[in-house]
Design a protein around this ligand. Structure first.
Ligand code: MG
Length: 385
């Protein structure tokens, strides 16, 4: 099988962007730009390995951005993009890759189909560049005045990843004059090789100025959908001296009866999360007939539901819980409950709401025969294709 390396060039200092953090390390939809870029390649079934060329001052930023991703060790870049790319290529000389895809770190929204089209077109002699035909009218400017229309026929604006036979592009880079080229395809052409143009994607833009980041955020939103799940739970009161609510032990002259710790708050939240991904209910995973869950800490149930959401690529946007009882009073414990849920779900406390109401002495709750909880969860998920 052909082995393909994705070489991501991230050695820029991003001075055009302003600010102190280089643009490839800034968050885009909560995830560093570079991590999104790497993920696009790491998830592609035909990419064998990913290696990043970084600025010598960015080791800490890089480590924080990639975390425990399974990558080849980073290569330190040089003063220009061309020299940085050559460093990256040279570092992989002994690794036996057939094809290399060279990609700008600041194109985080590259799609799998573009990567596939580039890979499809590469052979021993032919380089491949994704791009889009220019559709706007092009005009030359001179001292702020139009100096005529430029014929746009046959003109493309090119993107990355640019794909090449590994040894051919390394050789071309080594023989290229320093810092004369704006991309790798130009270096390949200068060495006498043909370069094929294939269709890129309109979303595969370069994040160069703050406006680009905003546009990328909007494009990213189009790749997500929002889901809502609902949960409801009731437990009867019985003899006891405290009651578990939202992972907090609240002193009371009764307790809630149940197989586990009978925590209505965490049970309703668990069902809301499961509901958002159509994954059954709490009894599906933790049946009351199973002795393992006798007296269990319901945080286990909620954590499991959150892990199922995460497995599907989902992120919890917020959870909202209403507790219903005459007593005990929830107010004095509300902040502790919010903190406990936020800790279990690894959310900031402003994404967790705990509210309480009585039922005006009506019904079984009004007669203090038990306690109920109702929860809603909102989840952000990658949209189905
Ligand atoms: Mg329950």
């Amino acid at each position: 099988m052909t082995s393909s390396l994705a070489l991501i060039v991230a050695a820029g200092t991003g001075t055009r962007f302003g600010g102190t953090v280089p643009k490839q390390y800034l968050p885009l939809g909560g995830v560093p730009v570079l991590r999104r870029t790497i993920t696009a390649f790491a998830q592609h079934p035909r990419v064998s390995a990913v290696r990043v060329v970084i600025h010598p001052d960015h080791h800490d930023l890089y480590a924080a951005a990639v975390g425990d991703m399974n990558l080849l060790p980073p290569v330190v870049g040089a003063a220009s993009r061309q020299a940085s790319t050559l460093n990256g290529l040279a570092a992989c000389e002994a690794d036996g890759f057939d094809i290399v895809l060279i990609h700008d770190a600041v194109r985080p929204l590259v799609d799998g189909e573009t990567i596939s089209r580039v890979l499809d077109g590469v052979d021993a002699h032919t380089g491949v560049v994704p791009g889009l035909a220019v559709t706007d009218t092009l005009r030359r400017s001179h001292d702020g005045l139009s100096a005529g229309t430029v014929d746009r026929s046959g003109l493309w604006r090119v993107q990355t990843p640019q794909g090449f036979a590994y040894h051919a592009i390394l050789k071309a880079h080594r023989s290229a004059p320093h810092d004369q080229f704006t991309d790798d395809a130009a270096i390949f052409e200068a060495a006498g090789y043909p370069v094929r143009l294939v269709k890129g994607h309109v979303d595969n833009t370069k994040v160069t100025i703050p406006d680009d980041m905003e546009a990328a955020e909007i494009r990213l939103m189009g790749q997500y959908e929002f889901r809502t799940g609902m949960g409801f739970d009731v437990h009867e009161f019985g003899p006891g001296s405290s009651i578990m609510i939202c992972g907090v032990e609240v002193p009371h002259d009764r307790t809630a009866v149940g197989h586990s710790d009978a925590d209505v708050g965490l049970h309703a939240l668990t069902d809301a999360l499961l509901g958002s991904i159509g994954a059954g209910d709490i009894g599906t995973y933790f049946p009351p007939s199973d002795p393992r869950w006798k007296g269990a800490d319901s945080a286990t149930f909620l954590r499991h539901a959150a892990s199922l959401v995460a497995d599907k690529g989902g992120r919890i946007v917020n959870v909202d819980l209403t507790l219903m009882c005459e007593r005990p009073k929830i107010g004095p414990h509300r902040e502790a409950m919010i903190a406990r849920i936020a800790d279990i779900l690894q959310l900031s406390p402003d994404r967790v709401a705990v509210k309480a109401t009585t039922t005006e002495k009506l019904g079984f709750l009004g007669r203090s025969e038990g306690i109920a909880g109702q929860a809603v969860a909102t989840i952000r998920m990658p949209a189905d294709e």
